[in-house]
Design a protein around this ligand. Structure first.
Ligand SMILES: [Zn+2]
Length: 359
């Protein structure tokens, strides 16, 4: 019987002191308010040290994944835009190959090395939180907004050979581990401490044959939330009305001296100047976003919340009714992944097991 670890997005962090071996608890609130880096005082030696991803420690000292023998008894997760993950064959896309040859003009042996690493990269799985946060990051950083994502739940083979010690992603690279690296040590997988996704959690780099089977759902799962309440809709309408009112008043306002300078500069360059919207509009839009966050992401830590908000985006000064409606739906559907993981797991339970086997 496989076990599911507790899922929550309200976790805090542990940071290693730079002066002594102590591990210090740092709340998500402190981490967020100091934008991920800053100075804190060690609870053990009393010296100040710089915290951040660079000194991240295992955030849950009781994590079952710290015991190598327990790895196959846990469920693991992965998000990707690939509907047939994990693919048996993994080829460097022709487009990238052309780019490396023609545009980047890499020497042929360099391309060959890159191809070999790419086509033999290990598979990565992690906690449910790490999988969801990885998707949010991809939407933010890799331009995957609008892509269809899938959430995979992974069962591992019971006779896995897992490297006895876990790696610290800060000290040894984990993202580029290949099948050859693992095979050289006769391992099916190794554990590493995440310094990026869901910082402080343990992820695995695996060979494909380490995976016994998967279950898959398309994200976000829809049909799980009922229509928003009348009160919520009335509030959103009033935010939107305030945006429109500011736009109307600012259109009537005579241009300032700075506006006039900008207009003339644009004219000289032969471009048309788009008048920037008054900053008050952004204040209202931000207020609206905070309001919705309080409604739907109450138990999510401010760090994860901020990743979520960047991924979902928000309406702009120009958005029409349809754009507001779309945003609201996406916000609510995506929030379920963070706040109602139990329902997401139930949806996974209903999916057939896809054998991965030895292919
Ligand atoms: Zn210390």
């Amino acid at each position: 019987m496989l076990s599911e670890r507790e899922i929550n997005f309200s976790y805090d962090y542990r940071m290693r002191c730079e002066n002594c071996p102590a591990s210090n608890l740092l709340s998500a609130e402190s981490y967020h308010s100091l934008s991920g880096t800053g100075v804190t005082t060690c609870s053990s030696c009393g010296h100040d040290f710089n915290f951040g991803p660079r000194v991240i420690d295992v955030r849950d000292p009781e994590d079952e994944a710290l015991d190598a023998s327990k790895i196959p008894q846990l469920f693991w997760y992965h998000t990707t835009t690939d509907p047939e993950w994990p693919q048996a064959l993994w080829e460097l896309p022709e487009k990238e190959l052309r780019h490396l040859r023609r545009t980047a003009q890499w020497p042929e042996e360099e391309i060959e090395r890159h191809r070999r690493i790419y086509e033999n990269q290990a598979l990565h799985v992690g906690t449910y939180e790490a999988a969801i946060e990885s998707m949010l990051r991809r939407i933010n950083e890799q331009g995957d907004r609008g892509s269809v994502f899938y959430l995979y739940r992974v069962r591992l083979r019971t006779d896995l050979r897992i490297a006895p010690n876990w790696r610290d992603e800060n000290q040894e690279q984990a993202a580029k581990i290949t099948r050859m690296d693992l095979a050289a040590e006769e391992w099916d997988g190794l554990r590493y401490l995440n310094a990026y996704e869901s910082m402080g959690s343990i992820s695995l780099a695996l060979v494909r044959t380490a995976i016994e089977s998967t279950q898959r759902i398309r994200l976000p799962i829809s049909g799980q939330v009922g229509p928003p309440s009348d009160a919520l809709m009335a509030n959103i309408r009033s935010y939107r009305q305030r945006v429109q009112d500011i736009r109307a008043t600012s259109a009537d306002r005579p241009p300032s001296a700075l506006d006039e300078l900008r207009r003339r500069a644009a004219e000289r360059q032969g471009t048309t100047l788009h008048t920037p919207f008054p900053p008050e509009i952004h204040v209202v839009l931000k207020e609206m976003e905070d309001y919705l966050s309080d409604q739907y992401l109450a138990e999510v830590s401010p760090v994860v919340r901020s990743d979520f908000l960047r991924a979902v985006g928000r309406p702009t000064a120009m958005s029409d009714d349809e754009a507001y409606g779309k945003w609201l739906k996406e916000f609510r559907d995506m929030a379920i992944l963070l706040t109602r993981a139990g329902d997401v797991l139930k949806a996974l339970d209903d999916q057939p097991l896809q054998e991965v086997g030895t292919g």
